[in-house]
Design a protein around this ligand. Structure first.
Ligand SMILES: Cc1ncc(COP(=O)(O)O)c(C=O)c1O
Length: 395
């Protein structure tokens, strides 16, 4: 594809080397321990996209870290988000309904704070991203689990059960993580329509976390929940950022499109800076990624696509249940047939020096599973698989 190499600049940005990874100060590798290969927390091993590095270097080099012009006005990520959604998904949210946050968990907690009360029930697919389960517990919201289960067609959930459970618990909100973490499912239009029908019938606020959307593999298609109808848009808060697709989790800049007028009114009634504001480097990095990062992202998606297939070849013969994800760089590994002693993540850390995310921390049905992050070089992923295979063979 013409221009695809552009984002990769002067070095092959998608190669990684171990000394560099171990020298990094971030959570993923710092916590891995000597000799351990980190395949857990959702950071990619690839260096920061060159367009983002350049934007941040220019900002710091020019000494431009004072109060931004936009401090009391529209933050430029609002417009950039709206353009990004229009270009990628044909959805054109009103920038005036978009606000910045430092990260998605903060935004989720803020929305739950204004649209639900202590003791209220909130529906969410399980297994689920652990901090969201922890958020519900910490805020004393009752989880209404929507089990995502492996069927002959892949990962599916029962929409009739969803309707029943939401009614029986009088749920007030539904957290829709799409693409889903940890299964990597990209929900279809008909699944989203079914959720929208339940949400309308029970007057739910839908909190749509779509942070992994730009990592959807064709022919799967990401459909923003708020784009499916005016009714859905009017009850939805869409959360996203550039942090997953462009590997920027440390920059702390996220956006929320607040389609629900009730949630907008609640936010407007709060002290203006109670949720803080995105930082100048965070906004600079996000703008660079969304405006100029496409060639890099295309190259990353090709690498990740290769990796999700490489995993299939390596893990299937071992007896690990694995369905290549529709989106994300996360592999949800069913290790129940391996006959491992205890939690698979603990087994692979001890016997293979591979750090995975433990399945039970994702709740509903996570026992016997582990989550593997395959956003790394082909060489390192092969090494990870080889170590896991040797440990399984010697168990
Ligand atoms: C589905 C999902 N939402 C949110 C987050 C975290 O986002 P943030 O770091 O902006 O809170 C992650 C991180 O892996 C995630 O997978």
């Amino acid at each position: 594809m013409p221009g695809d190499r552009e984002g990769l600049d002067d070095h092959d940005e998608l190669e990684v080397d171990l000394p560099w990874l171990y020298a990094k100060t971030g959570l993923k590798w710092r916590s891995a321990g000597p000799g351990v290969l980190a395949a857990w927390v959702a950071d990619m091993d690839f260096p920061t996209p060159p367009v983002v590095r350049r934007a941040l270097t220019d900002l710091a080099g020019f000494g431009d870290l004072g109060y931004p012009e936009w401090l009391h006005d529209a933050v430029p990520v609002q417009e950039a988000f709206a353009r990004h959604m229009t270009q990628r998904y044909g959805w054109s949210p009103d920038p005036a309904e978009v606000r910045d946050f430092s990260d998605i968990i903060q935004a989720l907690q803020a929305v739950l704070h204004v649209c639900t009360q202590s003791g209220d029930a909130v529906a969410m697919h399980v297994p689920a991203y652990p901090p969201f389960l922890e958020t519900l517990a910490a805020m004393n919201r009752r989880l209404v689990p929507i089990p995502v289960e492996r069927t002959a067609n892949g990962w599916e959930f029962d929409t009739e059960r969803l309707a029943r459970d939401v009614a029986a618990t009088d749920a007030r909100a539904l957290i829709l993580v799409n693409p889903q973490n940890p299964t990597g499912r990209s929900f279809t239009r008909s699944e989203l329509d079914a959720i929208a029908t339940v949400a309308a019938a029970r007057d739910l606020v839908v909190i749509a976390d779509e942070v992994h959307a730009d990592l959807t593999y064709p022919p799967n298609v990401h459909t923003p929940f708020a784009s499916i109808s005016a009714g859905a848009a009017g009850r939805t808060v869409t959360l996203t950022s550039a942090t997953k697709a462009f590997n920027l989790a440390g920059i702390r800049c996220a956006v929320a499109h607040v389609g629900s007028a009730a949630v907008r009114r609640s936010f407007a009634a709060m002290p203006p800076l109670i949720f803080g504001t995105a930082s100048v480097p965070g906004v600079t990095a996000t703008l660079a990624a969304w405006q100029d990062g496409d060639p890099w992202l295309s190259a990353v998606r090709r690498r990740l696509d290769d990796n999700r297939r490489l995993l299939e070849k390596a893990l299937r013969p071992l007896g690990v249940g694995y369905l290549p994800p529709d989106a994300t760089y996360l592999a949800w590994l069913d290790c129940r047939d391996l006959g491992l002693p205890g939690d698979p993540a603990a087994f692979f850390l001890d016997r293979a020096q591979i750090k995975l995310s433990p399945g039970p921390s994702f709740g509903g049905g996570g026992e016997g599973f582990a989550r593997l992050n395959f956003a790394t070089s082909g060489a390192l992923l092969t090494q990870i698989c080889d170590r896991m295979a040797a440990a399984v063979q010697q168990r």
